[in-house]
Write a protein that binds this ligand. Structure first.
Ligand SMILES: [Fe+2]
Length: 234
C-alpha cells in the first residue's frame, strides 16, 4: 500500500482549461492530473489532498469535482480545506456530502489501512513577513485544531507514526520554522505534506525532505507538474 499526495488542484467544476492564464503547467491541468493519477495510484492506495481543491463558494458546485476525485483510483482519498475552498463552510455538511471514497478532516484524525492520518488547514504565522493583525484569530484557532488533530491521531494508536496533512506549510514564506512546526515535533509524526504556494521563489525557500525525523513534502500541483507524489510506502 502506498500513500500519495497532491494539493492546490484548483478544479473548477467541469470548466475546461480554467487556469491556463497562470502558465503552461496549468493548461488542461485537470486532464493532466487525471492522467498522471491513473498512471501511479492503485486501487489499494490512499491519496492525501491538501486543500485548495475547488474554486467555488457553493458545496453543490464543488461536488462535481469531488465526485470526479471519488471516481479516480485509490481506496480512500483524504481531504482538508485550503484558504480558497470557500465551498467548505460547516464541517458537518461537508462530511455529510462526501462520496464513498472521500474522508474530510478538520482538526481530527482517521485510521485507514492501518495508517493514521490527521489534518488541518494551518495558517500564516506571526513570524511570517506577510502576517497581518487580522490573521491572529485564525492562526490561534488553527494552532488548537492542529493540537486536536495530533491528539486524535495518538489515540488511534499510530504504530508506524502519524501522517499529517496541512494546507499551509509549517514554515514561513521565507523558509523559517513556525509555531506549527514546534507543535508537530511534540508528536510521533513521520510525514507532513503541505501546499498553498505557487511561486518558484517560495518553493525554493521552503524546507523539504527529512527534518528532525519527519519527511516534508510540498504537494502544490504546479510544483509537482500535476503528478501525485509518493508520500509513504508500506
Ligand atoms: Fe492556498
Amino acid at each position: 500500500m502506498k500513500i500519495w499526495g497532491i494539493s492546490d488542484t484548483h478544479f473548477q467544476h467541469g470548466q475546461v482549461d480554467s487556469m491556463s492564464n497562470y502558465g503552461e503547467v496549468w493548461v488542461h491541468h485537470t486532464e493532466k492530473i487525471i492522467e498522471n493519477w491513473k498512471e501511479v495510484v492503485s486501487g489499494e492506495d490512499l491519496v492525501l489532498i491538501g486543500g485548495d481543491i475547488v474554486w467555488s463558494t457553493r458545496l453543490d458546485q464543488a461536488l462535481t469535482d469531488i465526485r470526479m476525485i471519488d471516481r479516480l483510483p485509490g481506496k480512500m482519498k483524504i481531504i482538508i480545506q485550503g484558504n480558497h475552498d470557500c465551498w467548505w463552510q460547516e464541517y458537518e455538511s461537508v462530511c455529510g456530502a462526501m462520496p464513498e471514497t472521500i474522508v474530510a478532516l478538520e482538526g481530527n484524525a482517521v485510521k485507514l489501512e492501518g495508517q493514521v492520518i490527521c489534518g488541518t488547514r494551518g495558517w500564516i504565522s506571526p513570524n511570517d513577513p506577510d502576517f497581518e493583525v487580522l490573521d491572529r484569530n485564525t492562526f490561534d484557532r488553527e494552532m488548537v485544531l492542529l493540537r486536536n488533530a495530533l491528539d486524535a491521531a495518538v489515540k488511534l494508536d499510530p504504530v508506524d507514526g502519524i501522517h499529517l496533512l496541512m494546507h499551509f506549510p509549517p514554515f514561513t514564506t521565507n523558509g523559517y520554522r513556525t509555531p506549527f512546526f514546534d507543535r508537530i515535533l511534540e508528536y510521533p509524526v513521520i510525514t507532513c505534506t503541505y501546499g498553498h504556494f505557487h511561486v518558484k521563489k517560495e518553493w525554493d525557500a521552503l524546507p523539504k525532505g527529512m527534518i528532525e525525523g519527519i519527511t516534508f513534502h510540498l504537494t502544490s500541483t504546479d510544483y509537482l507538474e500535476n503528478k501525485p507524489v509518493l508520500i509513504w510506502q508500506g
